[in-house]
Design a protein around this ligand. Structure first.
Ligand SMILES: Cc1cc2nc3c(=O)[nH]c(=O)nc-3n(C[C@H](O)[C@H](O)[C@H](O)COP(=O)(O)OP(=O)(O)OC[C@H]3O[C@@H](n4cnc5c(N)ncnc54)[C@H](O)[C@@H]3O)c2cc1C
Length: 296
């Protein structure tokens, strides 16, 4: 049995989470663990003291870490959960830390589709599974056939995709406290497919969204029958700024960090938008991003 000291070379302490989120916001994590691979990760989890708070991180593209950071252990999935393999003509297995963009490109090389939608999600497969991410009319879970999960103690098991319920940007797992290690995904055979359609979709998106700026993508989910961006713009909030966080002048559902925004600034602007839209249109906007960590 290994002990905690065996993992020191893969551990950073007081690691600023602003380095690991697309908003470039967030205080330090007590422990930031970058496993070598799945076996290393499961062994690490097995030696954690019971009750250690665990936080699973993909590419941090849907995440607000509060300014006082994370008391506990952050698992950096992109460092070690990186295997992507074809199983047969239409099925593949993909570990949770693989970026969706890599998965999309590899599917095209293998002549599999529809996978272009994955190119529009700047996160990992694990993050996409956690919220049923979707883009360009496609979404993650309809492609999933099974998932490998583990609990906080590193006990791994396989679950059939039918054990999960999913909907617009959310899932209902069959049990609490489980994390994604990998998934088996099924696509359709598309001989001769090229990346032209994917490039076109990405180029179109660049015309309307502030891609390349520091954001978490869409801030709020779309309320039934409407668009969050339309409501925010109609409420006169395009360009509204608190500290260094502002409603993007290009797309009102994106909040962009102009350089030194804090999590407190982000949460203040989010609350201001929610209150203004509620007063003007009687619509409650729900954040799409996840908020974690401690307040100052
Ligand atoms: C410019 C931009 C455009 C975007 N466009 C879209 C879009 O079109 N559609 C869309 O759906 N999203 C979009 N997003 C949001 C984001 O990319 C997705 O939500 C993505 O799925 C998040 O993945 P991630 O790896 O970055 O997850 P993170 O942000 O790292 O984590 C998000 C949540 O998932 C959990 N998580 C991560 N990995 C695991 C795991 N292995 N097991 C269990 N839980 C895990 C985390 O704990 C956290 O709660 C966009 C973001 C940006 C910045």
């Amino acid at each position: 049995m290994r002990d905690l000291s065996d993992f020191e070379s893969r551990i950073k302490r007081d690691e600023p989470m602003s380095r690991h989120t697309s908003w470039h916001v967030g205080g330090p994590a007590d422990v930031y663990f970058s496993p070598r691979d799945r076996a290393d990760l499961l062994e690490f989890l097995a030696v954690q003291p019971a009750g250690t708070p665990l936080f699973w991180l993909g590419l941090g593209s849907n995440l607000l870490v509060r300014d006082a950071g994370i008391r506990g252990v952050v698992i950096d999935t992109q460092s070690g959960l990186t295997r992507l393999e074809r199983i047969n003509d239409t099925m593949l297995t993909c570990e949770a830390g693989v970026p969706c963009a890599r998965l999309a490109r590899q599917c095209i090389k293998w002549g599999l589709g529809p996978a272009e939608f994955l190119a529009g999600i700047p996160g990992t497969l694990g993050g996409a599974l956690a919220m049923n991410a979707g883009a360009f009319g496609g979404e993650t879970w309809p492609r999933v056939r099974s998932v490998d999960v583990c609990d906080a103690s590193g006990n791994a098991r396989r679950r059939d995709a039918r054990e999960y319920q999913y909907g617009y940007r959310h899932i209902v797992p069959p049990a609490p406290g489980e994390f994604f290690l990998a998934a088996a995904l099924e696509f359709e055979s598309r001989p001769g497919i090229t990346d032209a359609a994917m490039r076109e979709l990405l180029a179109k998106r660049k015309e309307t969204q502030p891609i390349g700026e520091w954001s978490c993508g869409s801030t709020f989910t779309n309320p039934p029958g409407d668009h969050a961006a339309r409501l925010i713009e109609a409420a006169g909030l395009k360009g509204h700024r608190i500290g260094d966080i502002m409603v993007s002048p290009k797309h009102a559902n994106f909040l962009v960090n102009a350089g030194a925004a804090t999590a407190a600034d982000v949460l203040e602007l989010v609350a201001h938008i929610q209150e203004t839209v509620r007063q003007r249109f009687n619509v409650a906007l729900t954040p799409e991003f996840h908020t974690v960590g401690e307040e100052n």
